[in-house]
Design a protein around this ligand. Structure first.
Ligand code: PHE
Length: 357
């Protein structure tokens, strides 16, 4: 038994001296592993007479248990020390602001895109994206622009030097409608998407910049009709302006929709201010229509089975109308005074429950 006491104090000493988990494991194996010292002693039990064996066996088992407990205790102590060390060295004082005052904010275009996405996602739309550099097929041909048709020129297209595989110059997309094509080519209906992003046309004045932003909507299903289109846009526009907005639909023409329409909103001008939703004037803000059967077929779907609607509008223009900026060119002039005046707080997420803006 003296032997056992000595053995226990030796092994305990090794366990308690382990400075890391690997050393602890070595100590554990040396004591309790298959060829560990306790295990070797257990093997000797076989040679003892029954009475002796009973006593020694009990003593060894108890020893084994105490050593296992010692290993567990040491492991916990090491892990805790390791955690405390990390807590001490990796400490960050989160109670201190990064700067004396939060700097920077959200650009009105980003804010408005977020507001638009929130409204449409509530209606079950998902957000899709497409590239800014497009080929002729996605920007024009698949969308039923006839070849060499002047409609291509009404878009004031920026052509690039690089060409596609047919030798047609690549373009900076003139609208977000190519994302309709990409979506129909890649996803089986039902489809309910919006696509937002940069678009480009060679144009610049108070309400036009060569780069601007659009939102595109596309719904494709088996029984979608013009009534769904109108309801969807009416719901959207009142949600966006956060008030009842009266609208009217006028017939129009786009190559990719048939019938096509433009949606106007009621507004009035009071001095420099534009008030949406009241007054005697009408302002065009959305292009829309039922997706042309040729477009559906160009995208590999059967127009006898599927139909749907699409719409597109300028994000920057909607931002100007809601938040009262008089000149679109200022949006992209990177003038810090303008940005300070018109930006939105970075940490407030637009949502329909507590308000978009
Ligand atoms: N792509 C059109 C434009 O930029 C807008 C639009 C989209 C019209 C979808 C109808 C349907 O003018």
């Amino acid at each position: 038994m003296d032997d056992l006491d000595k053995l226990e104090s030796d092994l305990r000493g090794e366990i308690d001296a382990a400075q890391d988990l690997r050393a602890l494991d070595d100590a554990r194996i040396a004591a309790l592993g298959k060829k560990g010292r306790v295990s070797l002693m257990m093997r000797e039990l076989g040679q003892m007479d029954p009475e002796q064996r009973k006593q020694a066996g009990q003593a060894l088992n108890a020893l084994r248990q105490r050593l296992e407990d010692a290993v567990t205790a040491r492991r916990q102590a090491l892990e805790e020390a390791h955690l405390n060390e990390r807590l001490a060295t990796e400490r960050a004082d989160v109670s201190l602001p990064v700067r004396p005052r939060a700097q920077g904010g959200v650009h009105p275009v980003s804010q408005v895109m977020e507001e638009i996405a929130v409204i449409f996602s509530e209606m079950g739309f998902v957000v899709r994206e497409g590239p800014d550099i497009e080929d002729d097929f996605h920007n024009f041909t698949a969308l039923n622009f006839p070849p060499d048709h002047p409609a291509r020129e009404t878009h004031d297209t920026f052509f690039l030097e690089e060409t596609d595989k047919d030798g047609n110059p690549l373009v900076l997309r003139t609208h977000t409608s190519p994302v309709q094509v990409r979506t129909m080519l890649n996803q089986k209906p039902p489809i309910r998407i919006i696509a937002q992003g940069r678009t480009y046309r060679c144009d610049s004045d108070q309400t036009h910049t060569p780069m601007f932003h659009q939102t595109e909507g596309l719904v494709i299903d088996k029984a979608t009709n013009m009534g769904h289109l109108k309801g969807c846009l009416m719901e959207f526009i009142s949600a966006y302006f956060e008030r009842d907005v009266e609208v009217r639909f006028r017939p129009h023409h786009f190559p990719f929709t048939e019938p096509s329409a433009e949606m106007d909103v009621r507004y009035e001008r009071a001095g420099d201010e534009i008030r949406i939703g009241q007054g005697e004037d009408w302002m065009e803000i959305v292009g829309c229509g039922m997706v042309h059967p040729n477009v559906i077929a160009n995208c590999g779907l059967d127009p006898k089975e599927y139909q749907g609607f699409a719409f597109g509008f300028g994000v920057d223009r909607l931002a100007m109308l809601k938040y009262g900026m008089p000149d679109l060119r200022d949006f992209f002039a990177a003038d810090s005074r303008w940005l300070k005046h018109y930006n939105f707080p970075a940490l407030i997420q637009p949502n329909l429950a507590t308000g978009l803006s």
